[in-house]
Design a protein around this ligand. Structure first.
Ligand SMILES: Cc1cc2nc3c(=O)[nH]c(=O)nc-3n(C[C@H](O)[C@H](O)[C@H](O)COP(=O)(O)O)c2cc1C
Ligand code: SF4
Length: 493
């Protein structure tokens, strides 16, 4: 992963923990409405893909175990990982692409209700993404995949050569020479692996995205409602289809690209279709970027306008992330696919402890405040969720009391210690295991292998009935925090 060149090493700074009375009076542990749904507290575990589904995207015992473990800490809400809305193979990523997935997802809803004693609300993040291929072996790319066009024949002055001769010649060249011959996209396919973009209008499946996506999202959301989720989060963030429509980099010429009004068109049409499918009395929100963090992409000013448009269109919540784009991703090794969290924009999405003077904690707070101000100035009360490097109570409380956000997201901190929320409420915050922002978990995510935390994945390995990775080396969820009390009684006392 890319890290700021300053390489300043930061340690977590959770600060003082509140006693139980202070926690009970805090904004963090106060109620908030997201459309028709009420959260008991303003804490939120944003989507985190743990790579535990079957190869077909089905819920497994390990998926249930993962979400049940988070639910035991009773956060206000959990968002289930990015879940695919299309029937396409996507490895062990959950899917919601046809009705056969509903039963498994219903079990997931039930287990979260049970493990949180009904205190935690559950949303699911619905995602669409475009096709991406692994970085090819250069010889194979030039001999098999590259399309030899007339333009290449002309550049090479090779009108009389047969295709085999051209390919053999290209194979004999070094990369610098190839860079002078291949067009930008072919060169990118050679260096990074082929990747579709929303602007590839010559591809029928890309041109027709505005026709197919509203229904695909609407059907998926209806399944989520049938499975019992409290609401749906549309994934409009990071490197994926909908975020790419919103981005300034979207230059489509069919009325869905160019000026902001056009870039907003598909995200709003999707929202509209989903709303019709699930009805008015169902919570619908989205996750989108406070800043694309890539050259030519959306800035916080764009994101503020987008926020106002979403609020106006009836989103019940807006969860802000930042960066995480393909445009600045690192070159993958041959045989691996490009990963959108490896460049500077990836750093902004999941900042790590080696950082710059600003440090890794709360980098999205000020942009979120700016976006929230614009939404409030336009007269909308839509709750804004702020996430990124939050691990301390005072830090979270300050976001809320200063009006920079309405709900606080804790992704890696919840992974490091899923009981953070309960411990803080009980005045036992000093028992928290605090995230060190190592991004060990993120490296596992990049390899598409089960995500765990380095602070607990080799602890108490003899514990009975725990689930482990296939090689038996890592446990899949955090050890249980033995609570020697009746929680509800303790919280009242
Ligand atoms: C292992 C892992 C998987 C993630 N998967 C998703 C995802 O599916 N959807 C999403 O919007 N963000 C995803 N994220 C980003 C987080 O939701 C969050 O925005 C980011 O980690 C920054 O918050 P934090 O500092 O509290 O961890 C993931 C992060 C991690 C560490
Ligand atoms: S592995 Fe654990 S400590 Fe390291 S960043 Fe992930 S959650 Fe935090």
């Amino acid at each position: 992963m890319w890290r700021p060149p300053q390489r300043i090493k930061w340690v977590p700074q959770p600060g003082e923990w509140p006693d139980q009375k202070t926690a009970a009076k805090s904004r963090l542990f106060s109620q908030v409405n997201l459309g028709p749904v009420s959260l008991e507290q303003r804490t939120w575990i944003p989507a985190m893909v743990p790579w535990r589904a079957t190869g077909d995207g089905e819920v497994t015992p390990a998926v249930l175990d993962w979400y049940a473990r988070f639910a035991r800490g009773r956060p206000g809400a959990i968002v289930v990982e990015a879940t695919g809305i299309r029937d396409i193979p996507s490895g062990p990523l959950l899917r919601i692409s046809n009705d056969s997935y509903i039963d498994g997802l219903r079990r997931l809803v039930d287990i979260v209700r049970e493990a949180s004693d009904g205190h935690t609300k559950l949303f699911i993040q619905c995602i669409d993404f475009l096709s991406i291929r692994r970085r090819p072996d250069p010889e194979r790319f030039l001999k098999e995949f590259l399309r030899i066009t007339d333009s290449y024949r002309e550049t090479l002055d090779a009108k009389d050569w047969d295709e085999r001769q051209i390919r053999d010649y290209l194979v004999s060249l070094d990369e610098a020479s190839l860079a002078k011959i291949l067009d930008e996209r072919d060169l990118e396919s050679l260096r990074m692996g082929y990747r579709e973009r929303v602007t590839d209008m010559h591809l029928p499946q890309i041109a027709e995205l505005p026709k197919v996506l509203p229904d695909l999202f609407a059907e998926a959301a209806l399944r989520a409602k049938k499975a019992g989720f409290d609401g749906v989060e549309l994934h409009y963030a990071h490197a994926y289809t909908m975020s790419s429509f919103l981005s300034r980099l979207n230059t489509r010429n069919d009325g869905y690209g160019g000026p902001l009004k056009n870039r907003l068109r598909l995200p709003l049409e999707v929202l509209n279709a989903v709303r019709i499918a699930v009805g008015k009395d169902y919570t619908l929100g989205c996750r989108y970027l406070a800043d694309d963090i890539v050259a030519g992409g959306n800035t916080v000013e764009d994101a503020a306008q987008i926020g106002v448009a979403f609020a106006e269109a009836g989103m019940n919540f807006l969860s802000l992330s930042r960066g995480g784009r393909f445009e600045d991703a690192k070159q993958p090794s041959v045989g691996a696919a490009a990963y959108p969290y490896t460049g500077p924009s990836g750093y902004e999405c999941m900042p790590q402890y080696y950082s710059d003077e600003r440090g890794p904690f709360g980098r999205n707070i000020e942009p979120a405040a700016q976006i929230r101000n614009a939404i409030r100035a336009a007269g909308y009360k839509t709750p804004v969720i702020v996430t990124g490097g939050v691990h301390g109570f005072n830090q979270a409380e300050a976001i809320l009391s200063s009006g920079k956000g309405d709900i606080v997201g804790f992704a890696r901190q919840a992974l490091a210690d899923p009981d953070w929320f309960l411990k803080v409420r009980l005045g036992r915050g000093s028992e928290n295991i605090v995230c060190e922002y190592t991004n060990y978990c993120e490296a596992l995510d990049q390899k598409h292998v089960p995500v765990t935390c380095k602070l607990w994945d080799r602890v108490d390995m003899d514990e009975k009935e725990i689930l482990k990775t296939f090689d038996g080396k890592r446990r899949l969820t955090a050890p249980i925090w033995e609570r020697d009390m009746d929680i509800d009684e303790a919280l009242q006392g």
